[in-house]
Design a protein around this ligand. Sequence first.
Ligand SMILES: Nc1ncnc2c1ncn2[C@@H]1O[C@H](COP(=O)(O)OP(=O)(O)OP(=O)(O)O)[C@@H](O)[C@H]1O
Ligand SMILES: [Mg+2]
Length: 246
Amino acid sequence: MRSPGEATRPASVCEAALRLGHDRPMLEVRALAKSYGEVPVFRQVSLQLAAGEFVVLIGESGVGKSTLLNCIAGLESVDAGEVVFDGRSIGALDADARARWRRAHLGFVFQAFHVLPHLSVADNVALPLLLLDRPDPRRVASMLDRVGLLALAQRWPAQLSGGQLQRVALARALVHRPALVLADEPTGNLDPAQALRTLELLAGTVHEEGAACLLVTHSPAAARLADRVLELRSDGVVDAAGCRST
Ligand SMILES: Nc1ncnc2c1ncn2[C@@H]1O[C@H](COP(=O)(O)OP(=O)(O)OP(=O)(O)O)[C@@H](O)[C@H]1O
Ligand SMILES: [Mg+2]
């Protein structure tokens, strides 16, 4: 993590943003509020992510971190506020257009993996590319290699450990080079060394490919790799130093 006075982003981020022609945030969350029935989860949640920025989101258990990622992905409705991706409001899209947006631009690592049990490891990772009609076995092999699972490519998910499943989910989230990566505790099942390698892979990929990444984690190692650390509270997002984020 960088101290507040330091330049906030590495040079590679600025280069990636320039390459993509981005002078506006890749992701803008504006005054989001969410409740389940009568029970409020959070309100006044605002944050911005630039292309190539790797941002860690922390917060107490139950404060709504997974819910916020689902709201940003358009998988959950919101009560107020707006999610804007690359200048477009996601809430304004109908369900089909939102699904197409997710397929093309979003990589999501779920807290509970969601690896498909009836597909091999390789086919799970290949799926986002197939859905985009862009099959690319070399890219699939390269992602499996990066997460250390090339030798297990033909296994079924039921034959993998929890940590291996988590790495399949990570490879699948990155394989189609999404512009926005949302990751929910992607290292929760990994030993510390494997967790660090996985986080370095995630941070490196995000910086290289100019994606914006919002990572939910309690890992201090992730916070050290992050461009910024934000904390979710029930009444908004603050940076880890306690200042309001936007
Ligand atoms: N579908 C749902 N219906 C009703 N309440 C829900 C639902 N999903 C989550 N909640 C509640 O919303 C709150 C936020 O849940 P969420 O899973 O987003 O928390 P979290 O910050 O990700 O927690 P953790 O760190 O434990 O993963 C919790 O109080 C939870 O019980
Ligand atoms: Mg959660």
